[in-house]
Structure formats: structure tokens, C-alpha cells
Design a protein around this ligand. Structure first.
Ligand code: SF4
Ligand code: SF4
Length: 451
């Protein structure tokens, strides 16, 4: 009798869970997930009604079967290995020269002296860069004509960031307000949070993640970068799921640029606050002002892990964030890198690799690059696609299972998959089943922005 009640209770919990999933899917406007969960709900309630109405004698067998299946699944999840793989530093990491980054190369004015000098020293990039240069530039008039409101809005947002470039650094006054590192850490994190960030962490500034030479921005091209601050404060702002779900169309670049503006605002104000407290601090913002590489610093500061698509995956928002960095000498307490199963999950999932329109994301094993074992992205292929569509694409961010909205349902799943390899396998299959292996792009343009 007890076993019968247990089996019956589990069945009702299952029905309740599917109902909750359906309601969430309705709010998230996930059509396929709504249809599939609705169908499962119908089947489960149908079986329940038929058994109670027409075959009461098979009740015991049926619920005993449900109980056995549940025990097997729970046991499998509980005893399967805990995902433990970590990001591995395999050797000495050399500093990256900002002049070699994609954006610095494409900032070079065609056939100018700088251009000729750079490509005479880097012949390996000539062929591919010349091919890409034939395509229209991101946000150029060709794209603006196609969607004047959204592309112009993104352009205006980037332009706003560009105007902030000179405010990133300054002198600190002679007076210094000294506090314990614990107090400074609390003040900095609370301030950044108050200013609008969603996540924040601190790490020691590893010189391997400081660019060696200036490649972009107002400082002299080719000059040596001397950023010797002790700490990096790294924070992230969530990008709206409904905008990213339009990838690779115009809303994604509007959203990226909007969050770059927010990141710039927070970084500049916070760096200025730290200088007013008597310590040097510099904000590193978009539109060519970074002296440091944000993604590995964010990993070191405990904000997330670097996934197959090569960008940071956070616990609450997955890759759907924009990062900001402030470097400083203010005494602070560093955080530890986070490990929550992303490396193992990415080995099973591969969804970004299969959906990447330019095949820039590898679907195979990690390789060693500059002293790190990682999935190496074909950056030129990714950028080539950006210039084809006129946006920063974000298809990989859109399809990533970790990008689901930060709500109770998805957070429960996120928490279960960080502790069990079997739960990760089920989750990958479930994500494909409910959302599709190749999800369709959506058209929910921001109210008032559609034409
Ligand atoms: S942004 Fe687009 S092209 Fe680039 S890696 Fe992601 S899916 Fe591929
Ligand atoms: S889509 Fe899958 S494989 Fe790609 S980063 Fe996200 S979890 Fe990893």
C-alpha cells in the first residue's frame, strides 16, 4: 500500500513539474517547449484518467512501475560521477599583442603606412584579412539601410562608449582613505552591484592577461602597455534573453552595445570612486580601450568557466552577459575560480558548434594554445560571418542551454547538473527535445523598436 501511494505521489509530482514547465515556457514564448510539454501533460493526465476510470485493477502494477523507474533514474543521477574537469593551464602564457587581435587589424586604414608595416611583418594574415575586407563592415550604411532604426541605435550606443574613452583613468588625490582589504572588497562589490552589475568578482592581475602593445584606441599605436595594478575587479551585466533570441539579427547588436554602455558607465564611475579614495584605478571599456583581456580575468575572478564557444559561461546567465574590468592597487581580497561542471557539459553538448553558421567553433577535443588547454575558436571565420550579417551574430549564445533565463525552474536544473554527470546527459537530451537541436531564430523585436 505504501509503495502504491509513493508511486502515485511521484506520478502527481511529475504531472505538476510538467505543468510548471509548460507555464514557464508560455512566459518565455518558447513555442516548441510549450507544444511538447503540453502534449506530455495531456498524455500523463490521459493515462491517469483511463487507469482510474476503466482499469482500476492495474493501478498497483502501474504505480509500482513508476516507482521502480523513478528509483532507477534518481539512483543513476545520485551515483554517477560528479563533473570535475577544470580549465587547465599547461605552460607559460605569453602576453597577447593587441595589434594582432581581429578588431585592431580591421581598424587599420586600407593601404596606410601602419597597414603596410603591420602586414609586412604578419604575412600569415594577409590572405584571409583581404578576403574579409571585401565584405561590408559591421554597422556600415549597407546594413543601416536595411534596418535604419535598430542598426543606427546600435551605432549610437557604440558612439556613446567611444566618447567615454578619455574618462577611464586619472590622477588620485594626495589623501588616501585606508581600510582593511575585507572592507574595501565589500565596498567595491556593493558599489558595483548598486550601479547595476549582476555579478562581480576579484582576482590578482595576472600579467599574462595584460596586452603587450596598444593596437586600438586613443593611446599611441604600438606603444608598450604598462598596467602593473595588483588587482582586477571583473563584473558582468546580463543581456536580455528576448533580444539575444533574435540572433543573428539586428536586436543582438543593439543589446550588446546597450550593455557595453552600462559596463562603461559602471567601470568609469567605480574607477573614479577608487581614485577618490586615494588609489590608482583604470576602467577598461569597449570601443578600443582594453589594456587587459576580460574573459580569462573573469574566469580567475570566479565569475564562471570558459566553455566550448570560447567565452565565459556564468552560473546564472550562461554566456548571456557583457563583461567589465577595473584594474587597481586598492587592497582587495581575491576570489577563487569557479568550477560548476561546464567543461564536462560542453563535451556532451556541442550545440554551439553545430549551430555556428561559420563553423568557427570546434566540435572535437580541446587543443593547447598559448599555455592553455581549450577549445580553439576560428576567430577569423567568426568575424567573417559578423561582416556578412552586420551584427555580432550571437547564435552560439542564443542556443547554449546555459543561456536560459535566470528563473527558479532553470536554476533548479542548473544546480542539479553541476553535481551529476548523468543529470548533464539527461539535460542535453531534454534541451534538444524541448527547445530543438537547431532552434529557430525569433522575431520578438523590442516594443517600439520594430518598424
Ligand atoms: S558569434 Fe556566430 S559566427 Fe561567431 S562563433 Fe558564435 S555562432 Fe559562430
Ligand atoms: S552550447 Fe553547449 S557546448 Fe556550447 S558552450 Fe554552451 S554548453 Fe558548451
Amino acid at each position: 500500500m505504501i509503495l502504491l501511494i509513493l508511486g502515485w505521489t511521484i506520478y502527481l509530482i511529475l504531472i505538476f513539474f510538467v505543468l510548471v514547465f509548460l507555464i514557464y515556457s508560455l512566459f518565455e514564448k518558447e513555442r516548441r517547449a510549450c507544444l511538447r510539454s503540453g502534449l506530455i501533460l495531456l498524455i500523463l493526465t490521459g493515462i491517469y484518467s483511463v487507469i482510474f476510470t476503466f482499469f482500476p485493477e492495474v493501478k498497483s502494477c502501474f504505480f509500482a512501475g513508476i516507482l521502480t523507474m523513478s528509483v532507477v533514474v534518481v539512483f543513476w543521477i545520485a551515483v554517477s560521477s560528479k563533473p570535475r574537469d577544470k580549465i587547465k593551464i599547461t605552460g607559460k602564457q605569453k602576453k597577447v599583442d593587441e595589434r594582432d587581435t581581429i578588431f585592431a587589424r580591421f581598424d587599420l586604414e586600407n593601404k596606410s603606412e601602419k597597414y603596410k608595416k603591420y602586414y609586412s611583418e604578419h604575412k600569415e594574415y594577409i590572405a584571409i584579412d583581404e578576403e574579409i575586407r571585401k565584405l561590408n563592415d559591421i554597422l556600415d550604411p549597407h546594413f543601416i539601410k536595411k534596418d535604419p532604426v535598430l542598426f543606427s541605435l546600435a551605432d549610437a550606443e557604440f558612439n556613446f562608449c567611444e566618447k567615454q574613452l578619455l574618462g577611464v583613468d586619472g590622477n588620485e588625490p594626495a589623501i588616501r582613505f585606508e581600510r582593511l582589504p575585507e572592507e574595501n572588497t565589500r565596498i567595491v562589490k556593493n558599489t558595483i552591484n548598486y550601479l547595476g552589475s549582476d555579478i562581480c568578482g576579484i582576482c590578482k592581475l595576472d600579467q599574462a592577461y595584460v596586452y603587450s602593445h596598444v593596437g586600438r584606441g586613443p593611446e599611441t599605436y604600438g606603444s608598450k602597455i604598462e598596467c602593473r595594478h595588483k588587482y582586477a575587479i571583473v563584473f558582468g551585466i546580463e543581456m536580455r534573453a528576448d533580444m539575444i533570441n533574435c540572433a543573428p539579427q539586428a536586436p543582438v547588436i543593439v543589446e550588446s552595445a546597450k550593455q557595453y554602455v552600462e559596463v562603461a558607465k559602471i567601470s568609469i564611475i567605480c574607477a573614479s570612486l577608487i581614485r577618490r579614495l586615494g588609489y590608482p584605478a583604470r576602467a577598461h571599456i569597449s570601443e578600443s580601450n582594453y589594456q587587459v583581456i576580460a574573459t580569462p580575468l573573469a574566469w580567475k575572478a570566479g565569475l564562471g568557466e570558459i566553455g566550448r564557444m570560447g567565452i565565459l559561461i556564468t552560473k546564472k546567465y550562461g554566456p548571456r552577459i557583457r563583461l567589465g574590468v577595473i584594474t587597481t592597487d586598492l587592497p582587495l581580497i581575491p576570489d577563487e575560480p569557479a568550477v560548476f561542471g561546464v567543461q564536462d557539459f560542453c563535451k556532451k553538448c556541442r550545440k554551439c558548434a553545430e549551430n555556428c553558421p561559420s563553423k568557427a567553433i570546434p566540435s572535437g577535443e580541446k587543443l593547447e594554445e598559448n599555455g592553455v588547454l581549450k577549445w580553439v575558436i576560428k576567430r577569423e571565420e567568426c568575424y567573417r560571418y559578423w561582416r556578412k550579417v552586420g551584427t555580432d551574430c550571437a547564435r552560439c549564445i542564443m542556443v547554449c542551454p546555459y543561456s536560459k533565463p535566470n528563473n527558479l525552474l532553470h536554476n533548479i536544473i542548473r544546480n542539479i547538473i553541476r553535481g551529476s554527470s548523468a543529470a548533464q546527459t539527461i539535460s542535453v537530451k531534454g534541451d534538444d527535445f524541448f527547445y530543438g537541436r537547431y532552434p529557430k531564430k525569433k522575431q520578438p523585436l523590442h516594443p517600439g523598436l520594430n518598424q
